[in-house]
Write a new protein. Structure first.
Length: 671
């Protein structure tokens, strides 16, 4: 996104990102228009020096204030504005017709009132000489001006971050087990982040990643300089490195204004005009708001942590931007007092121990009987082929956790190609006690350690790539993170290390034990909802009856209970058997076909001329099939799969405006 477009986009979306949901508002019967939400009719603005009091006159709904100090829903609030300058406030109302805002009320303060700088956050941010316990700068110092520079965090200084960006789960800002409900997680509910590093914890600290922000990224030259003086007020002077590499970057220079929102002491914010909260160019389109009420999660004389909300197609998440003061960089962290180091009380990674790898590696279950064999076959899990296992050392957690949660096809976790499931890992135990393996066309010897498997040659279990990154699970020595005899194991290679040199994350492959006899015999029954009607489930199209098994994306609708789990491998056939409602009258028997835009891509009426179209049995069961004739496994969540039955000329008294109650029963299997 071009810089000049960021501000127009943010201006148009500013009011969308209210910190409250409609359930938080008192919505009475009153209705307001924008013209009615102006001062002095809807509210009053009383200015007493640099203290500005706003009083709402609204009746029957909650006021929605937008002020230089942040947002508020109070009937009356007082703003402390220490610097001279031009300001504006806006009043909105949440009515049953939705949120409505009036025109901003603009006013000017001619004088400074430095007594209002009563929070140390002003000076942590903008005074390079201010430290904890210091006296606030005197009036003459403030008149002449103070300033301070902040740079993206470039190493682990013991402040609870190892790089410039981290992530916080929106539904679990404390990163604690049991701190959220399944509904909150499923709906990605944003819980507030309480100020102070002891009150929140990242669910992922990636450090430096080549696909995210590498150590030599031009962004690492960026800085934010905050200054305050009597003549200019609160000024943000910024440089963002956008091309080249660290130390020789080129980019954008910006000069704007900033203001701290300190109405809520536990949830302070910072807002910008004519500039934005610093972030790398690759994240311009990841978040919609980098200017208004950006969350301040932590601020000390040495560490500044700003948080924005992800709004792109990858879905809601908190993105954490870490900055350190210029002094921290210049002294390599020596200026940070000992009590400031290790703000996050975390434990070092602990690997699981396995006392019975042999025989557990060779346990097989057959017809309910478990025994130890001399050979066993593992396959890559098709639903969750790989993952990033990271050590969550937060107090009370202390365990290895998943980062993908089974979701792929985003920038940082691409889905592997179909060849990931072509090979099988066969491990054998020889009569002399040694171990051998085969994987695809490679073979060799293997040794078993306390919690490792070491192959004589490098093994590549899978590769997944997109335009952003390539993930490869490959190596000679694999650490076992999980082992469930007769079920499978999670093995991986190191990805990152903590400041003590301990591996704190692994790229892992999830392997399943292949059942005796090759697994399931007979067809795989695909669960259906049993509901054959409803919006986007049954409809009339091209004068035919359409029944949708699934339509377009994770939020799509259809009669598949879990569309994401329905996979049709190369050569497999999906078979649908159904019976008609006996109360429906027909002129003659129609044809039906399974149609999709992955395999056949042929729609009505031509689909009824294809070889897999069948004539419907009006008095019994009808079976119709679709075979995957492509060279890849097909899934139906990103596309669609429908059953189509001819109606016009076949159904008695056909009405193209009414969907007939056609299907009585149905089952679906994959063979």
């Amino acid at each position: 996104m071009k810089l000049k477009n960021i501000f127009s986009l943010l201006a148009s979306t500013l009011f969308v990102f209210s910190a409250c949901s409609p359930d938080d508002y008192e919505m009475g019967g009153a209705q307001y228009t924008a013209d009615q939400l102006k001062a002095p009719d809807a509210y009053t603005v009383d200015i007493n020096g640099n203290r500005v009091t706003l009083t709402s006159k609204l009746v029957g709904c909650t006021p929605l204030w937008i002020t230089p100090n942040g947002r508020s829903q109070e009937q009356q609030l007082t703003l402390n504005l220490p610097f001279a300058g031009d300001y504006e406030v806006t009043l909105g109302a949440e009515t049953r017709a939705g949120a409505v805002y009036g025109e901003p009320y603009k006013f000017t303060l001619a004088q400074n009132d430095f007594t209002m700088l009563d929070s140390p956050l002003w000076f942590y941010l903008a005074d390079k000489n201010y430290t904890k316990g210091s006296s606030f700068p005197d009036e003459q110092t403030l008149i002449e001006g103070i300033s301070k520079k902040w740079y993206p965090n470039d190493k682990d200084y013991g402040l609870g971050c190892t790089g410039p960006v981290m992530y916080i789960a929106p539904y679990n800002p404390t990163n604690q087990e049991g701190a959220f409900t399944p509904e909150e997680q499923a709906n990605m509910v944003y819980k507030p982040i309480t100020f102070g590093r002891a009150n929140w914890a990242p669910n992922w600290d990636p450090g430096f990643q080549s696909w995210l922000i590498p150590e030599d990224d031009p962004y690492m030259d960026s800085y934010m300089e905050f200054s305050m003086d009597a003549a200019n007020g609160c000024v943000a002077t910024m440089y963002r490195g956008e091309s080249g590499s660290k130390g020789s970057s080129t980019g954008s220079n910006m000069v704007g204004k900033f203001n701290l929102g300190l109405l809520d002491k536990e949830h302070p914010t910072i807002s910008f005009s004519d500039c934005f909260a610093m972030h790398n160019i690759g994240f311009d389109e990841v978040c919609s708001n980098y200017t208004q009420e950006v969350i301040i999660a932590e601020m000390t004389p040495y560490y500044l942590c700003l948080v924005t909300k992800r709004t792109n197609s990858e879905g809601p998440w908190y993105i954490v931007w870490n900055f350190v003061s210029e002094e921290v960089r210049n002294t390599n962290g020596a200026c940070i007092p000992a009590e400031e180091v290790q703000l996050l009380n975390t434990s070092s990674p602990v690997l699981p121990e396995f006392s019975n790898l042999d025989p557990d590696l060779f346990k097989v279950e057959n017809n309910g009987v478990t025994y130890v064999g001399s050979s066993i076959t593992y396959t890559v899990n098709e639903d969750t082929p790989y993952d990033f296992a990271f050590w969550n050392g937060a107090e009370g957690v202390n365990k290895w956790q998943s980062k993908t949660n089974g979701k792929y096809n985003n920038s940082w976790a691409p889905m592997p190609g179909d060849d990931a499931w072509d090979n099988e890992l066969v491990i054998t135990k020889n009569s002399d006690g040694t171990y051998g393996y085969t994987y695809g066309e490679s073979e060799g010897t293997m040794t078993i350690g306390d919690n490792t498997l070491t192959f004589s040659d490098e093994v590549t279990f899978l590769t997944a790539k997109n335009d952003f990154r390539t993930v490869a699970v490959k190596g000679k020595t694999f650490t076992i993170l999980e082992m469930n005899p007769t079920e499978g194991m999670k093995i991986g290679v190191p990805e990152t290390k903590d400041d003590k040199g301990n591996v704190n994350s692994y790229i892992v492959v999830n392997l399943n034990v292949k059942p005796i006899g090759g697994g399931q015999t007979g067809p795989l029954v695909v669960p259906l909802t049993g509901t054959f009607y409803g919006e986007n489930i049954a409809w009339i199209e091209n004068s035919c009856f359409r029944l949708g098994f699934h339509h377009y994306g994770e939020s799509g609708t259809g009669i598949f209970k879990d569309a994401a789990s329905v996979k049709l491998k190369k050569g497999q056939t999906i078979k649908v058997t159904f019976t008609l409602n006996g109360n429906v009258e027909w002129e003659k028997a129609p044809k039906c076909a399974l149609i999709d835009n992955n395999i056949k891509t042929t729609w009505e009426p031509n689909c009824f001329d294809l070889s897999d179209a069948v004539t419907v049995n009006l008095t019994g069961e009808t079976t119709v099939t679709l075979t995957n004739t492509t060279d890849a496994t097909q899934k139906f969540t990103p596309t669609c799969l429908d059953l189509s039955i001819q109606l016009d000329g076949y159904l008695k008294n056909f009405n193209a405006e009414e969907v007939p109650d056609l299907i009585q029963s149905m089952k679906c299997v994959i063979e």
